[in-house]
Design a protein around this ligand. Sequence first.
Ligand SMILES: Cc1cc2nc3c(=O)[nH]c(=O)nc-3n(C[C@H](O)[C@H](O)[C@H](O)COP(=O)(O)OP(=O)(O)OC[C@H]3O[C@@H](n4cnc5c(N)ncnc54)[C@H](O)[C@@H]3O)c2cc1C
Length: 417
Amino acid sequence: MRPIASHDVIVIGGGASGMMAAGRAAELGARVLLLEKNAELGVKLSMTGGGRCNITNAEEDERLFAAKYGASGEFLHSAFAQFGVRDTFSFCEARGLPLIVEAHKRAFPATERASDVAQMFVRYLAKGRVEVRTGVAVERLVMAAGRVEGVETSDGAFSARAYILATGGVSHPETGSTGDGYAWLRAAGHTVEKPTPTLVPLTVREGWAKKLSGVSLEAMKITFCVDGVKKFSRSGPLLFTHFGISGPTILNSAGKVKGLLIEGIVTALVDLFPGVDQGALDKRVTELFDANKNKLIKNVLKDVVPPGLGETLLALAKVDPETKVHSVTRDERKRLVDTAKRLPLTVTGLMSLDRAIVADGGLPLDEVDTRTMRSRRVQNLFVTGDLLHISRPSGGYSLQLCWTTGYVAGTNAVSTS
Ligand SMILES: Cc1cc2nc3c(=O)[nH]c(=O)nc-3n(C[C@H](O)[C@H](O)[C@H](O)COP(=O)(O)OP(=O)(O)OC[C@H]3O[C@@H](n4cnc5c(N)ncnc54)[C@H](O)[C@@H]3O)c2cc1C
């Protein structure tokens, strides 16, 4: 089939990196066509950061920032120099969406709405007169003599001088990221590393943890053990979910936990009060009890732990919730304190790839010129975002990679002949 339309640049995939790439190419004067199979642009982007969009990480030290991408960081210096963290801040501010910085330097739009970020990009595309075709699935890249000649889609064929592949990875496939780009890259002679979940929630056995679904702990310390032997600890927030535990601290622990699960039974002990040792906590609880002698224990706990957690603590410590505080025995108090310092969980596994926040896998960086994001096999093909095989932690590093690679690909696709 002969392609019927002609543009300077065709971007396949209207997610975070594709929208940046299309907007940037258009800003430089290119006639850009953006093809997206969903009915809307930025579906995954709109659910990032629990709906708040952790848009980047405000780490100012460029070396420290690049180091977060492990060995890949070395390949990315030039790309980050073209569009780095500061550029993300100015880009958003210039478009009426200032950012705020929270714990661990995680940056969010001040409106705390991920959909506002997606809308900012929709306006960016409109300003550049990008032709956006939603509901159009690309089915195949038409290749000839080491170049892409056109794309076949559910709505006909299109052609351009340069193509930007921004179809994402395979996590949360309901958002449209179904790994289509992997097959096209393979067909074009590229290697595609098998994806494995890297940032993924953990499943646990305990029913009480699942019942706490939606409850979050702002600051806790979790210690992972194999067959009762301590292996490593992490501190930060934790979110209980209907299948187990999640939140940045857990997601960032998943890679290591995966290894532990091969060694033996993995348990995790959650310290609800990491800032105080057991003795100091016991003293605080004693003071709390002294001040609330005639209240029911369950009501007193409500004020010091998140909703629902008091009942759980009492059940695990085997203390009747209807007991008046003055009747709580010394042993019962000690058991409560002990449980609060060592809430026990049995980790049964990692959630599957489809629930991962980020999966690695995709195009290895030595097969792409990271100064331009151009494929080293196909002259007029550029690759961005989650399609690249790069491990990184949670905290805004994935989206920054999208802004950077999208910007660099958009810039360089324009000058492709
Ligand atoms: C629940 C969740 C929360 C997250 N939160 C954060 C966060 O707060 N901060 C952060 O840094 N990262 C976060 N991430 C990761 C981040 O969302 C991704 O790294 C980023 O969205 C990847 O962008 P992308 O452009 O590479 O691909 P995607 O966003 O996956 O977009 C790819 C697009 O291509 C389209 N497409 C696919 N195949 C075709 C085809 N054949 N034809 C046409 N269109 C096609 C898809 O429909 C999709 O719209 C989160 C991820 C998830 C799942």
